[in-house]
Design a protein around this ligand. Sequence first.
Ligand SMILES: Nc1nc2c(ncn2[C@@H]2O[C@H](COP(=O)(O)OP(=O)(O)OP(=O)(O)O)[C@@H](O)[C@H]2O)c(=O)[nH]1
Ligand SMILES: [Mg+2]
Length: 232
Amino acid sequence: MRTLVVLPTYNEAQNLPRMVAELLSLGVHVLVIDDNSPDGTGQIADELQAKHPTAVNVIHRAGKLGLGTAYVTGFKYALAHGADAVIQMDADFSHSPSYIPKFLPLLAEYDVVIGSRYTDGGRLDDRWPLWRRGLSGFGNWYARTITGLPIRDVTSGFRFYTRQALAGLPLDRLVCSGYAFQIEVAYVCYRLGYRIHEEPITFEEREQGQSKMSTKIMFEAMWRVWQMKWRY
Ligand SMILES: Nc1nc2c(ncn2[C@@H]2O[C@H](COP(=O)(O)OP(=O)(O)OP(=O)(O)O)[C@@H](O)[C@H]2O)c(=O)[nH]1
Ligand SMILES: [Mg+2]
């Protein structure tokens, strides 16, 4: 296994088959981490694994345990199974797989590559409602101001890591879920002195299914950034 895409899913039945097909056409391996989605995403993932037993794997968890722990589980799996590069992305097509062939080679120069909405050339989908834009812009400004992170898009969930970078992260110490998890990992990478690079992306509104964004996730991010400062 060279490149593994870690794909957490919760109610992504409409998106998963096409997402996995597009990823496999790029020659990467896929790990789906499904939290017992009520819409049957887990069963669809099993069917995809049965069709592609070497390239697709599935981890089923008992219930919705959050994005942070899903990623930690996926990262540990990637390290245990010998991945050289690891990609994290959403299953809802907000992060287009078409960026992968262009971004992956950048790991020769950088430890972490972030698909960034807020670096020069990055864009948000015109369909993204004003409140989501405002929230995302404010959240990024807030987290950057408090942590001093020199990254434009600290909450981006589209990231590429070298094996060495991932192996150097204190995975068992990470405590955040939701957006805060993206900020926490970015902050730890920064404090470890990793070479971090942002490449512009156009972030597209999810095509199918429902958002899992909640006020709980927002408030977690707001207080957790203070915790990060003294914790690391
Ligand atoms: N396994 C697992 N996956 C999750 C969980 N929450 C969200 N996801 C998945 O993580 C990815 C990002 O979540 P989204 O719901 O797209 O969150 P978002 O991008 O902030 O919001 P929208 O795009 O507006 O829906 C998607 O692939 C979700 O299916 C969770 O608790 N467990
Ligand atoms: Mg999304």
